[in-house]
Design a protein around this ligand. Structure first.
Ligand code: SF4
Length: 68
């Protein structure tokens, strides 16, 4: 499952360096996950690191990618 960052993001930067595949980038007023890079942390961690560290629960599973 791929993750994305919602508008709840407060740009604290906690997730930026936690991503093992460097899928997260900083955009103006929000952080963004590249869906082509995100692999749900499979092979790196037991749980998605961005979601684990996010203090406002802004990192969520992106079901839309699989319904296109
Ligand atoms: Fe990176 Fe893992 Fe978050 Fe995907 S789920 S953006 S691989 S930290």
């Amino acid at each position: 499952m791929v993750y994305r960052i919602t508008s709840e993001c407060i740009c604290c930067g906690s997730c930026l360096h936690e991503c093992p595949v460097e899928a997260i980038t900083e955009e103006p007023e929000i952080f963004v996950i590249d869906p082509e890079k995100c692999n749900d942390c499979v092979g790196h961690f037991e749980e998605p690191q961005c979601a684990a560290v996010c203090g406002v629960d802004a990192c969520i599973q992106d079901f839309f990618k699989y319904t296109k």
